[in-house]
Design a protein around this ligand. Structure first.
Ligand SMILES: *[C@@H]1O[C@H](CO)[C@@H](O)[C@H](O)[C@H]1NC(C)=O
Length: 205
């Protein structure tokens, strides 16, 4: 009887341990439109999942002729702009869902002086009725309070992905929001914090 009980306790302890061990597997790897792993420091285009071959991609636009450039979904008359994903742990070669990362354009002209690194607008306001946009001028790496507006995540969205703002690089909560499209008065389809996500796919550039 005692041996049975001991065995039972042992089984429970062992299975609890293995459950704990299994409770934090690395998040799923992000794949591109052809099913290949998306890699850090490689050029991609972000295209709409609804019509990935329509000649639309995430690019930049000057809003009312003023800097900084904003991140928009648009036609690319001058060719789409490639970008890199860089995970917070810069030693990681693959991109995983639900992981803080920087996104930056790699072939941006010098129309505006700001860095090509994505960030949420500097006057970010987490109240739900504020309009917050994805703009440029962020910093690569250096996770912490100073860069809390510069980190994005990729999440699964049905058979595609969505971009997400939900940084874990600083202990204070900055809230979480999906990234969708908000069309402004000039007709720019700006990437903005909204809970109606923009479903996207990644295409090797
Ligand atoms: C666009 O820029 C012009 C010129 O600076 C300015 O007069 C106008 O108010 C701006 N429009 C908006 C909607 O910001």
């Amino acid at each position: 009887m005692k041996i049975t009980l001991l065995a039972l306790v042992l089984v429970i302890v062992l299975s609890t341990n293995s459950l704990l061990g299994a409770a934090s597997p690395a998040p799923e790897q992000v794949v591109d439109i052809t099913g290949k792993k998306v890699r850090s420091g490689v050029n991609y285009y972000i295209v709409p999942a609804s019509n990935p071959y329509a000649g639309i991609a995430v690019t930049v636009a000057k809003i009312n002729q003023t800097c900084p450039l904003n991140v928009v979904a648009g036609d690319y008359s001058n060719g789409p702009l490639p970008l890199h994903f860089l995970p917070v742990n810069q030693k990681k070669d693959v991109i995983r869902v639900n992981t803080d990362l920087n996104i930056h354009f790699t072939e941006l002209g010098d129309e505006c002086p700001d860095s090509p690194v994505w960030m949420i607008n500097k006057d970010y306001d987490p109240s739900w009725d504020a309009q917050n946009f994805v703009t440029l001028g962020g910093e690569l790496g250096n996770p912490g309070k100073e860069t809390v507006l510069d980190w994005f995540k990729i999440e699964k969205q049905e058979d595609a992905y969505k971009l997400f703002y939900c940084p874990n690089v600083y202990y204070e909560s900055y809230g979480c929001s999906g990234i969708g499209i908000s069309e402004d008065e000039f007709g720019n389809k700006r990437l903005a914090l909204t809970n109606v996500p923009y479903k996207v796919l990644f295409k090797l550039a």
